[in-house]
Structures are given as C-alpha cells and as structure tokens.
Design a protein around this ligand. Structure first.
Ligand SMILES: Cc1cc2nc3c(=O)[nH]c(=O)nc-3n(C[C@H](O)[C@H](O)[C@H](O)COP(=O)(O)O)c2cc1C
Length: 264
C-alpha cells in the first residue's frame, strides 16, 4: 500500500498513518505530496494507492491539484480520504469528495473509494482550538478512522455523497477557493515581538514561501494550510480574526514529521 498525503497540522498524516498501519502493515509506504513535487517523482505503482489531504473551503488543496495532473498512479484499488474540521459549508458532508471524484475522473483516475473524516478544525479565523479540543470526544475520531480503514481493508467501493445543501455550499465556496489559489492567504498573517527568527515557519511551509532572516517574510505562493501559524514555537504568528493564541498539532504527529513532510 502506498499513501500519498498532504498535511498542515498533522490531522491528515495521522489518518494516513492509521490507515497504513491497519491495512498495509509494516510495508505501507507513506509519501508526502510536497516531497513528490520537490523531487519530481510522479509515478507510483502498488496494489493499493491512497491520497489523504485536508479540506480547504469545501474543496481540496491547490497542492493536490498541482500534483495529480502530473501523477501516474497504477493501482488495482485507488482511494482518497479528506480530513475536515466542522463541515463549514458542509464540505465534510461529501461536497468536496464528489468534486474530487469528478476531478480525478477528468484525469482518468478512477477512484474506488472517496470518504472524509471529521477532525479538529485548524481554521483559526472561525474556530477556537480550546473549544475544538473539548469537542474531540464527540467527534468520535478514532471510531471513524477505524471504520474507514476497515472499508479500505475490505476494498469497499464507495463515494461519500452530499445533500442538496452540501452541494450548494460547496459551489458557494468556490470564490474562496479561487482567492486561496492566488497564493496570498499569508497577507492575513502578522508577526509579533515574540518571534526569534527560529525558522520553524519556513521549515513547515510546503511551498517554500517563507524566508527568515531577522523575521519571517512571506512570498506570494502561500498554500493557505496555516502550518506556519500553528507550528510557531512562540505563537508569534497571528491572524486578525483569531480567538486566542491556542494552536494545534495532531498529537499523533511530531513537529519533525511535519518538517520532513513539508520542507522544500
Ligand atoms: C484555509 C482553511 C480552510 C478550511 N476549510 C474547511 C472547510 O471548508 N470545511 C471544513 O470542514 N474544514 C475546513 N478546514 C479545516 C481543515 O480541513 C481540518 O482542520 C483538517 O483536518 C486539517 O488537516 P491537517 O492537520 O492535515 O492540515 C479548513 C482549514 C484551513 C486552514
């Protein structure tokens, strides 16, 4: 089993690890999509190939859309799992996976299984991480990961569907996707005096969009994943709309793993 993943704050990598361990055992290969792009490795062949990534604005990330058209994936079973935080726009109700299946089929990738899983929402503009952590038990994350892993283990054929509202809201979010695609989400970020130019923000950026000398400087190729904001050891990177300075990294993923996944 080969799982190609993208993660900003670890949720998607945690899911990829769990599916890999449960369905592929020790031979499962986990490969970061930013590293595939960096190395120019686009061809993968395995009995089972999966893609795991976060939901952004009820859609899937630009970096996944950069990778897939160039990718050559040869597998007898292809799956995709997105992680989402609150179903903003009810994206988690399947709107984005319908879109993903359609997008993949336009690239002649026939997806056997497309599902999504509710995790902690790292979208700081709207969600308080403290409140999100309180909600973890009610999200039944472990149970849902196990169910998805069992589906994949059984090679189930399934595409998560959305209701009318889910589909409509996914369409309504398209202007937000287009705005994020311009690569300037980082214009929302500000740096405070706690910054000691440690460079973590640059290391976790999947786009190599942050340069650090005396302070971080952001370019115009921001993925909008918020990895830099959440990973800053001094909580020195802020969003105007944030509720407080609580930040998130999935507890099953280390900072080193995010750096290894994303450093350019
Ligand atoms: C810019 C941005 C947009 C997001 N949009 C959505 C959304 O439309 N629906 C949703 O449920 N979660 C949304 N989220 C939350 C993430 O999808 C969720 O927290 C995901 O599990 C993060 O995965 P990661 O830890 O692998 O980066 C968004 C997060 C960010 C940073």
């Amino acid at each position: 089993m080969t799982i190609l993943y993208f993660t900003g704050t670890g949720n998607s990598l945690a899911v990829a690890k769990r599916i890999g361990a449960s369905c592929g055992g020790e031979t499962a290969k986990l490969i970061s999509i930013p590293q595939c792009i960096k190395s120019g490795d686009y061809a993968y062949s395995d009995e089972v190939i999966g893609l795991v990534f976060p939901t952004y604005c009820c859609y899937f990330p630009r970096i996944v859309r950069e990778f897939l058209p160039k990718a050559k994936l040869a597998a007898s079973y292809l799956f995709a799992v997105s992680t989402y935080g609150n179903g903003m726009g009810r994206g988690g109700d399947g709107g984005e996976m319908i879109e993903f299946e359609r997008y993949a089929s336009g690239l002649e990738l026939k997806m056997d299984y497309c599902n999504s899983i509710l995790m902690v929402d790292n979208f700081l503009d709207a969600f308080d991480i403290g409140r999100e952590i309180e909600r973890v038990p009610s999200k039944r994350i472990d149970e849902h990961i196990e169910r998805i892993a069992a589906d994949i283990g059984a090679r189930r054929k399934y595409v998560k569907r959305a209701g009318v509202i889910g589909k409509a809201l996914t369409r309504m979010c398209m202007p937000l996707v287009k705005a994020q695609d311009r690569g300037e989400t980082c214009k929302k970020f500000s740096i405070d005096e706690r910054c000691n130019a440690c460079g973590t923000c640059a290391q976790v950026c999947p786009r190599g969009n942050v340069a650090v000398s005396e302070a971080p400087r952001f370019g115009r190729n921001c993925e909008g994943c918020y990895a830099c904001v959440h990973a800053c050891p001094r909580k020195a990177i802020h969003l105007k709309a944030e509720k407080n300075d609580l930040r998130w990294r999935n507890p099953d993923v280390s900072l080193r793993e995010i750096v290894e996944a994303n450093a350019r």
